[in-house]
Design a protein around this ligand. Structure first.
Ligand SMILES: C[S@@+](CC[C@H](N)C(=O)[O-])C[C@H]1O[C@@H](n2cnc3c(N)ncnc32)[C@H](O)[C@@H]1O
Length: 430
């Protein structure tokens, strides 16, 4: 019996570690997003149940989150049998230990192959300096520095005012889930999620933003979600809606609407009235707007809006960017982004602002936003824009989190509100 369970445990650990290795090396080689590769793997491997998916997915996130420290131990390419590769098992088990993953049986198997000293490995300490000691003692991974947890090129992208080490410490934490309650449904949403054992914590300033502080749920199974009463949306994104300061009698253009997250947010703030033209992923926006019963969102093709005579009270450019502000949520991006990603993003951002600003009415508002912490994508693009378009000026607004005056720009950097990083600038056309 014991033998059988050991054999089963080994077979399961082998299938986990092979899946992790396959996906990890594929992401590193192709530079595709991790979540996309995970989805594609599970589509091909429908034998994986929900627990298997959880272990594989979580392990991959740990591996990318701590890659900067464990990369020296990992083999250069995918090992044929990952549970026979001591190097792979050292690297993977160290990452799982650093992240305090609860997969005891799987980790035991990895420790065994890795020949690590397990005496002190019950729990990974919270403090990063103590983690470094554990790595050195048990995994023989030495000379770890906090700065190794990000790529070298990133250091020149941030402001000299930023405390890089403090920023990286925050990057190593896991992202919480935030929801945005819409359609005035707080009571209903809190009741249903509460009954599912989910604890929610309301943000002190953004009244529709709630952080999931305990419990788990699959939104697709929740009635309130199916009825459009809430969306999963990071607090940083919710903050942008407040920077726009929309009114119910206005018309807005959401230029880079993507899947429509901000369009929905603005539509809710406009109480289902006014008009929002969204240029993005038609199918996705339509699905979400229908679910929320927002009749004030109109989905259009980008070229059609650019060529039209339309102008708007407000234009939101939630620009494509390097995504350095979501590195905590997507740790793979630190290692798969090209080192000129901020420079290339800044060029695209300038181009988008150039055509988008022409559609702002006289006296109207333009909001420029990124989920980047790069100076050249944020303040750099703003300076360039003001030089090219002197008919616009920065307009002061109140910081949605602090209630203080901003001078026209905000930079949200993970803490103290436990959200992604974001940047926003608000301009007024004179
Ligand atoms: C930061 S995302 C927008 C997220 C979206 N606003 C939301 O809240 O879900 C940027 C979007 O800009 C789109 N995009 C990329 N290049 C663009 C361009 N040249 N003009 C307009 N949109 C562009 C991308 O497809 C992406 O969906």
């Amino acid at each position: 019996m014991e033998n059988n369970s050991l054999k089963y445990g080994y077979a399961q650990a082998l299938s986990y570690s092979n899946a992790i290795a396959e996906i990890f090396y594929s992401v590193m080689k192709k530079k595709y997003p991790l979540d996309r590769e995970i989805k594609s793997y599970f589509r091909k491997h429908d034998e994986c149940g929900s627990k298997d998916r959880f272990v594989i997915t979580e392990s991959l996130f740990s591996l990318f989150r701590w890659y900067g420290w464990v990369k020296g131990k990992l083999p250069g390419g995918q090992p044929e049998n990952s549970l026979k590769s001591k190097k792979f098992c050292v690297g993977l088990s160290a990452a799982l230990w650093l992240d305090n993953q609860p997969f005891a049986q799987f980790m035991e198997m990895l420790y065994d192959v890795a020949e690590v000293e397990t005496t002190w490995l019950q729990v990974s300490p919270e403090v990063i300096e103590d983690k470094i000691k554990g790595l050195s003692y048990s995994f023989k991974i030495r000379k770890c520095d906090v700065l190794d947890l990000i790529p070298e090129w990133f250091k020149k992208e941030i402001s000299s005012d930023d405390d890089l080490v403090a920023m990286i410490r925050l990057l190593q934490k896991r992202s919480p889930v935030w929801i945005r309650i819409q359609n005035y449904s707080q009571e209903l949403v809190l009741k249903e999620l509460g009954a599912l054992g989910v604890d929610l914590c309301q943000h002190k300033m953004v009244s529709n933003a709630f952080k999931v502080s305990a419990g788990k749920f699959n939104a697709k199974d929740v009635e309130a979600y199916k009825n459009g009463l809430f969306e999963i949306q990071d607090l940083a994104s919710q903050c942008l809606g407040l920077v726009c300061e929309v009114r119910a009698d206005q018309s807005w253009w959401d230029v880079c609407a993507g899947a429509g997250g901000k369009s929905l947010l603005l539509a809710d703030q406009m109480k289902g009235q006014g008009r929002i033209i969204a240029t993005g992923n038609r199918k996705e926006i339509e699905k979400r707007a229908t679910r929320a019963n927002f009749k004030n969102i109109q989905i259009e093709d980008l070229d059609k809006v650019i060529l039209s005579q339309d102008s708007f009270d407000g234009v939101l450019v939630d620009a494509p960017c390097s995504c350095t502000g979501v590195w905590r949520r997507n740790p793979d991006l630190r290692w798969t982004s090209f080192e000129d990603v901020c420079e290339r993003s800044a060029c695209v951002q300038k181009e988008i602002l150039e055509f988008a600003c022409k559609k702002v009415k006289e006296g109207g508002v333009l909001v420029y936003a990124t989920c980047s912490v790069s100076v050249q994508e944020n303040e750099g693009v703003v300076t360039h824009f003001l030089k090219m378009f002197p008919e616009f000026e920065l307009e002061d607004f109140i910081h949605p989190f602090t209630g203080k005056s901003t001078g026209g720009m905000i930079r949200v950097k993970f803490d103290p509100d436990d959200c992604d990083a974001t940047f926003a600038a608000r301009f007024r056309r004179k």
